[in-house]
Design a protein around this ligand. Structure first.
Ligand SMILES: Cc1cc2nc3c(=O)[nH]c(=O)nc-3n(C[C@H](O)[C@H](O)[C@H](O)COP(=O)(O)O)c2cc1C
Length: 334
């Protein structure tokens, strides 16, 4: 009997198979289908900083209108958090998910500035979220802001969330830092309990008919796992925090590779959107089959056994791999 259980953000999960934030985790029905299929934990779609800001502006507008009418007017207005707005709906989703599921529910906050909006994390905690995933994403397009300042923005936000909530939280980020290993360490030092690697950026495209810049969403494939795979392998031994692999997890092989590299859990969005929640069941059966064939009694035993420090040739994850890859392209293939 293979033991699939893993630890993530201080929680013990039944397996390393998780659903990451996507429309698949946006309603209780599909969340229940994910749990039925064996999903170990779910990350809800993001609540965006902009949504909270918009909501707050609306409430301010309504309250200031009321204040002009009567001195006591404020008492007639509902508490700022009682409106049926984006943030309020989100809290209800957290509560409903917690009521319907027995697996951990992770709320996801998406933003990049420090300030009052992060206080909302406390309300997610009160609503029953088992953990928070903070998605930090900025396009550093301002040439007057240097890398250090950009990194400080990331870190300030992490420090703020760390000071605000008592449940564990992971930070979901992209790979575009000049020293990613150092940035990962700094995020953990700033209070992150885990890192979710990597945010997948949707690059805009230009529509030649309308001459407009259009959003362009393409689901991932397994090729995209290589980037998180390399970085999880490089970070595993040095980073004392949970590591989740996201981007390109589709097949049983993808899951096994991520675990061997050192991931604590694997998260999926595209694979579940393409194949439905039942894909989790298929992955579990196939992973167990592989582990039995290779005589691994538990996932914990195989986790990290191919990380950079454990691999026979650690340089395979670094520059040497680059040279080898270029040289491996034989003239026969041209
Ligand atoms: C349609 C769609 C919606 C998504 N929404 C969110 C979101 O709200 N918050 C977030 O952090 N990630 C979101 N993601 C990113 C996924 O959680 C995931 O990190 C990314 O798609 C890479 O994983 P994949 O290769 O399994 O798709 C979304 C992805 C897709 C495809």
């Amino acid at each position: 009997m293979v033991d699939l259980s893993v630890d993530y953000l201080g929680m013990t999960l039944r397996s390393p198979l998780m659903a990451s934030a996507s429309p698949m985790t946006s309603n209780v029905e599909s969340l229940m289908r994910l749990e039925d299929a064996g999903c170990a934990a779910v990350v809800l779609p993001s609540l965006f900083e902009e949504e909270i800001e918009h909501y707050s502006r609306e409430v301010d507008r309504i309250l200031s209108t009321g204040a002009d009418i009567h001195g006591e007017a404020h008492s007639y207005f509902p508490d700022v958090y009682d409106y049926d707005t984006g943030p309020d709906r989100y809290l209800r989703l957290v509560e409903a998910a917690k009521g319907a599921l027995s697996i951990p529910v992770i709320a996801n906050m998406n933003g990049m500035t420090t300030g009052w909006w992060t206080e909302f994390a406390v309300r997610l905690e009160d609503a029953g979220a088992d953990a928070v995933e903070l998605n930090e994403y900025v396009v550093a397009a301002d040439p007057t802001i240097n890398g250090f300042e950009v990194e400080e923005r990331y870190l300030d936000l992490v420090r703020e969330i760390d000071a605000t909530i008592s449940i564990p939280f992971a930070v979901k980020i992209g790979p575009f830092f000049s020293s990613f290993a150092n940035m990962a360490q700094q995020l953990v030092d700033a209070g992150a309990d885990g890192l979710v690697l990597f945010n997948r950026f949707f690059q805009p495209d230009i529509d030649l008919d309308t001459l407009s810049v259009e959003p362009h969403l393409v689901l991932s494939d397994s090729e995209e796992l290589r980037l998180p795979l390399r970085w999880i392998a490089l970070l595993r031994r040095n980073i004392d925090a949970s590591l989740a692999a996201t981007s390109g997890v589709h097949t049983p092989d993808d899951v096994l590779k991520a675990l061997l590299a050192g991931a604590d859990v694997t998260m999926m969005a595209s694979a579940l959107l393409k194949r439905g929640p039942g894909h989790i069941r298929f992955l579990e059966v196939e992973i167990v089959r592989w582990m039995e064939a290779h005589e691994y009694p538990s996932v914990r035993l195989l986790q990290g056994s191919m990380c950079a420090d454990a691999a026979a040739d650690a340089s395979a994850y670094e520059r040497a791999n680059y040279l080898q890859t270029l040289r491996s392209y034989s003239s026969d293939s041209i």
